[in-house]
Design a protein around this ligand. Structure first.
Ligand code: CMX
Length: 434
């Protein structure tokens, strides 16, 4: 299989690199941390390693070293599409190399062959009450799929350590293949908007996801490809990525680890933020009975800040420029529906907000992040159920976190087990050193 063959080829050199670094320079100190960081969620503490993505404060996320514009330009695309095959992105995330069209299509073919969902998964979802949040259903659906884990079967049969990554790759390909089908099943059932299981075998993984959501529109297929690519990975320290890594480090299989990550993504401080952004845009639209003037928006934003509230979609913990994932979506909207009023409002906010935040002087980054516009684009194409947006994010995030998990198993990364201290110990250190 294409990804297994390629990784088998490149893995020995990576293993040797990791082995040599730890053996010969393992006692070199990387950095110290402060009491602020111990109490502050380990913000900025550099203790994780991944080669799959890196958030550069100036240029935004780099996927295997490539910026978002480079990824969108260099990955192979179908003739009928303006956005790349997501199968090509997965090839890049796993191997570090840009795929040819054939290689991207080979990954797409793997996913297509593995997309069927066992009947018990739908039964699990059906058993839940109507008001269940889509992220709860998504996580439950993933756990129900865990009966498929090849890792579990092979581990109990005495699989060699060297082969853990192969079983993790198998599980990851199966999981990713099934996630759009699962997500669409949740969407169609919960909102009664589409017929479950309307796959189009002629479409690629992301295009088919758009189709299964019941949006029969070539532009929306491209938007789905774009969305899946830009949300795929954002280093290893964010809650969902870190949860997957942590749980996976106990040799829990890909399904168990991914479900843990999705439970983190469901939190309002993480993946749920995208629905808050659209809610804020719609509330502004409603308040002004349409798109306000620049002056009205400025005044409203200042009042919001004066009331001690945050403006959703603006600011970032690491980035210090407009998020390139925002820009990619902004350009998509400008190209396809510049006259959509909600898009025009998002555009006006982009013109006005950074100035307001700069003048207030608190936010380190006054620029828009990925969430500032993603909901407005979904809304345009009729996917208007806010609480489903985090599920879209979750399907995409599977690409990055599973790539990381496969590599963690391939490099033999151990169980994660940081050490705790008591408050008294910290006080003693502070009194001695402070
Ligand atoms: N509106 C109002 N105030 C903001 C702000 C915003 N959009 N962004 C930052 N600030 C404020 C902070 O609340 C903080 O105020 P206090 O000192 O009173 O606590 C101050 O500016 C400094 O914050 P910061 O160091 O610039 O930002 P953080 O790294 O602490 O937080 C983030 C980053 C994203 C949580 C924050 O900018 C925010 O709350 N933004 C709005 C919510 C949002 O868009 N979330 C989605 C994030 C998407 C992602 O992470 O990818």
């Amino acid at each position: 299989m294409i990804l297994q063959d390629k990784m088998t080829e490149i893995l020995p050199a990576w293993r040797e690199r990791a082995r040599k670094l730890v053996k010969e320079q393992g006692n070199v100190r990387v950095n110290d941390f402060t009491i602020d960081q111990v109490f502050g969620g380990m913000r900025d503490v550099e203790v994780l390693v991944t080669d799959i993505s890196y958030v550069d404060p100036a240029t935004g996320i780099r996927l295997r070293g490539y910026t978002i514009p480079e990824v969108l330009e260099k990955l192979p695309k179908a003739k009928s599409a303006t956005m790349p095959y997501v199968g090509g992105l997965y090839y890049l995330l796993l191997t570090g190399e840009l795929p040819t069209t054939e290689q991207a299509l080979a990954v797409e073919a793997e996913w297509k062959a593995r997309a069927a969902i066992p009947a018990h998964v739908e039964n699990v979802l059906r058993a839940m009450p109507d008001e269940t949040h889509p992220m709860t259903l998504f996580s439950q659906g993933v756990l129900a799929l865990q009966t498929e884990s090849q890792f579990v079967k092979r581990y109990s049969a005495g699989m060699k350590k060297d082969e853990y990554w192969i079983a993790a790759l198998e599980d990851s390909l199966n999981l990713i293949a099934k996630l759009p089908v699962l997500a669409a099943m949740i969407y169609c059932r919960k909102y009664s908007k589409c017929e479950v299981g309307r796959a189009d075998p002629g479409l690629d993984w992301a295009g088919n996801f758009a189709h299964e959501l019941g949006v029969a529109n070539k532009e929306y297929e491209d938007l789905t490809r774009l969305y899946m690519i830009i949300h795929s990975d954002h280093e290893s320290g964010n809650v969902s990525a870190h949860a997957v890594h942590l749980v996976g480090s106990a040799l829990s299989d890909v399904y168990l680890a991914f479900a843990a990550g999705m439970n983190g993504l469901a939190g309002p401080l993480h993946g749920l933020a995208n629905q808050e952004c659209l809610g804020w845009l719609l509330s502004v639209y409603k308040k002004f009975n349409g798109v306000p003037t620049k002056e009205q928006l400025e005044q409203f934003a200042n009042e919001t800040l004066a009331a001690g509230k945050v403006i959703p979609g603006y600011g970032h913990a690491v980035l210090r420029t407009p998020d390139p994932r925002f820009i990619a979506q902004y350009e998509f909207g400008k190209k396809y529906f510049p006259n959509d009023e909600l898009f025009q409002l998002a555009d006006l906010v982009y013109q006005v907000l950074p100035g307001v935040l700069k003048a207030q002087g608190k936010a380190k980054n006054p620029w828009p992040n990925v969430d500032a516009i993603s909901g407005a684009l979904q809304y345009h194409y009729g996917v208007r159920e806010f609480d489903f947006y985090t599920v879209l994010f979750g399907v995409s995030r599977a690409l990055g976190v599973t790539a990381n998990l496969i590599w963690a198993r391939a490099l033999g990364q151990p169980i994660e087990r940081p050490k705790s201290m008591t408050m008294a110990m910290l006080e003693e250190i502070a009194n001695t050193k402070g």
